[in-house]
Design a protein around this ligand. Structure first.
Ligand code: KIV
Length: 270
């Protein structure tokens, strides 16, 4: 059984690729400040994401759409100060990567704030952007399924890829982004069987949230892990209840993912 310990070595994209090849799950947490980032390092969390979910979890907005570059940079800098070992992913906010050139300008700023990789939401239309960034040395994490920046286009925060047609579209998008050179792929709120097919078909490691147990990694938002969310999504879990304190909650989440206990059926869309 896995018991979390502090990261000894710096985690790189090569570390995560090796873990995928070895079938070893890695842990990701979306968090926003230096103390939590430091705790993640102590708990052995391989990747931390400064998600634009901070619009809702920290800033009190109803969606991620109002989040600005300045807000993202402020939080990326804080997390980078608190954590020297995990791989740091920084979200690019709404409409900051609508063209490849705009993406390059804004991704540069996120990287200069301390991120090791940027995350962008969307499918095959982003292939040119992924090439533009990765060719110039900026690693990219793609994000498919429920893409919260498109909440109004999707008609709400709902599970994606439930029927053959939309599942096929997500599979094609994943293939296009993989081919374009994306380094990681977040799959949010998709049926477990679809996430499994994608994980098996792409070279890049996949990170699931509400995507079942078969992805190469899991990510949860720290507020959900700590029970701070008023109406938590079905796929999230409050680990603080069982653990009793904050370091314990983070350790329990990490151990449950590594040991294949989380996500279980109750936290999966089938
Ligand atoms: O913004 C965020 O925190 C995210 C995760 C939920 C994957 O995109």
């Amino acid at each position: 059984m896995y018991a979390p310990t502090a990261l000894e070595k710096t985690v790189t994209i090569q570390t995560l690729r090796k873990m995928k090849a070895a079938g070893e799950k890695f842990i990701t947490v979306a968090l926003y400040d230096a103390p939590m980032a430091a705790m993640a390092q102590k708990t052995g969390v391989e990747a931390v994401l400064i998600g634009d979910s901070l619009g809702m979890t920290v800033l009190g907005y109803e969606s991620t759409i109002p989040v600005t570059m300045e807000q993202m940079i402020y939080h990326v800098e804080a997390v980078a100060r608190g954590n020297r070992k995990s791989l740091i992913l920084g979200d690019m906010p709404f409409m900051t990567y609508a063209t490849p050139e705009q993406a390059l300008t804004n991704a540069t700023r996120i990287m200069q704030a301390g991120a090791h990789m940027v995350k962008i939401e969307g499918g095959a239309w982003l292939a040119e952007t992924v090439r533009m960034l990765t060719d110039r040395g900026i690693p990219v994490c793609a994000h498919l399924g429920l893409t919260p920046q498109s909440v109004h286009k999707l008609g709400g925060f709902r599970v994606q890829g439930r029927d053959e047609e939309t599942a096929g579209e997500i599979l094609d998008d994943a293939a296009a982004l993989d081919e374009a050179g994306a380094d990681l792929l977040v799959l949010e709120c998709v049926p477990a069987a679809l996430a499994k097919r994608i994980t098996e078909s792409v070279a890049m490691p996949t990170i699931g949230i509400g995507a079942g147990p078969h992805t190469d990694a899991q990510v949860l938002v720290i507020n959900d892990i700590l029970g701070l969310t008023e109406q938590p999504p079905k796929f999230s879990k409050n680990f603080l209840i069982e653990a009793g304190d904050i370091p314990g909650a983070l350790s329990k989440y990490a151990a449950d993912v590594k040991n294949g206990v989380f996500p279980d059926d109750a936290h999966t869309f089938n």
